[in-house]
Design a protein around this ligand. Structure first.
Ligand SMILES: [Fe+2]
Length: 256
C-alpha cells in the first residue's frame, strides 16, 4: 500500500511527537504492507512554522534513518493544506508541497464548521485551471456534512477527489464519520483511502480489522482500486480513471 496521507515527520504538527515515534510509525507501517509514505504535515497559512525546505530535509533524514534501522519504507514529501483563498499562491511559491511534487494536492476544510466553506468552488477551480488536481482529505469527518452532504457530491462533480481516513471505518472519529464513511463508500464517492496516522499506536494495529470491514462494504475490485491502484498513480502523477470533471474545466486542462 502507498499511504498518501500521514504525519510521520516529528515535531512539526500534531503528528509524531518524537523521532523514535517516527521510526515506530515506519515499523508499524511496514508490518501492514505499506511501502511508501507521503509525509503530509498540516500547512496552515499564517501559523505553520515549518518551511518546505525543512520538510524536504526531514524526509531525507527519515529515509536515511529508516534504512539504518532496516525499515523498508520510502518517504516522499507532501502537505495537507488547510483550505484558504491563497492555496494557489502557496503552491506556486513553493511554500507547501503537493503530493510528491506531482499535480495532486491534498487539502482539508475546517473540521468543526457547520456551514460549508465559502468560495470553495472558486478556489478549487483556480487550482484546476492551473493544472492541479485537488484531493479533499477525510470528507467523512466534517461537521458540515450533517446538513450539507450534497456539497461533497458537488465537489466530486467539480473534479475533486475524495480521500477517506482508514480510522473512520473503525469509528475512531465518532459515529458521524463512521456513518458517512459507509455512505460515501456505498455511493462510490471515495477515490482513495489513507491512514492519516499521527502516531504508531492508533491506526496501524487495527488495519486488519478495518480491511475486513471494508471487504464487507465494497467489492474486492473497488477496494483494490481505492486502497492500492489509485495511490500508486498519485505517487507517479498519473491520471486517475474515471475522473469526473466539469466539461469547461476539462477543456481548459486539455487532459488527454
Ligand atoms: Fe491529516
Amino acid at each position: 500500500m502507498i499511504d498518501i496521507h500521514c504525519h510521520v515527520i516529528p515535531l512539526v504538527d500534531d503528528g509524531a511527537k518524537s523521532f523514535e515515534e517516527s521510526l515506530n510509525m515506519g515499523r508499524k507501517a511496514q508490518e501492514i504492507g505499506i511501502t511508501v509514505m507521503i509525509a503530509t504535515p498540516h500547512y496552515i497559512e499564517g501559523s505553520t512554522t515549518i518551511s518546505s525546505e525543512a520538510i524536504r530535509e526531514s524526509v531525507q533524514i527519515l529515509n536515511e534513518e529508516f534504512k539504518k534501522h532496516q525499515i523498508d519504507v520510502t518517504i516522499y514529501p507532501g502537505n495537507e493544506i488547510f483550505f484558504s483563498n491563497d492555496m494557489f499562491e502557496i503552491l506556486e511559491n513553493k511554500k507547501a508541497f503537493s503530493l510528491n511534487q506531482t499535480k495532486y494536492v491534498l487539502f482539508e476544510f475546517p473540521m468543526y464548521h457547520e456551514e460549508i466553506p465559502r468560495n470553495a468552488f472558486h478556489e478549487i477551480e483556480n487550482l484546476q485551471i492551473s493544472g492541479y488536481y485537488p484531493i479533499l482529505a477525510h470528507p467523512e469527518r466534517y461537521l458540515f456534512t450533517k446538513k450539507h452532504m450534497k456539497f461533497l457530491e458537488e465537489m466530486i462533480h467539480n473534479g475533486v477527489l475524495m480521500q477517506l481516513d482508514l480510522g473512520s471505518i473503525l469509528g475512531i472519529y465518532g459515529k458521524m464519520a463512521k456513518r458517512n464513511a459507509k455512505k460515501l463508500l456505498k455511493k462510490n464517492m471515495i477515490h482513495l483511502i489513507a491512514t492519516d496516522s499521527h502516531n504508531a499506536s492508533r491506526i496501524y494495529p487495527q488495519y486488519a480489522l478495518a480491511y475486513q470491514k471494508l471487504q464487507r462494504m465494497i467489492s474486492k475490485e473497488k477496494l483494490d482500486e481505492i486502497l492500492e491502484k489509485n495511490s500508486k498513480k498519485i505517487l507517479k502523477g498519473k491520471k486517475l480513471q474515471p475522473y469526473i470533471i466539469k466539461k469547461d474545466i476539462f477543456d481548459k486542462l486539455k487532459i488527454k
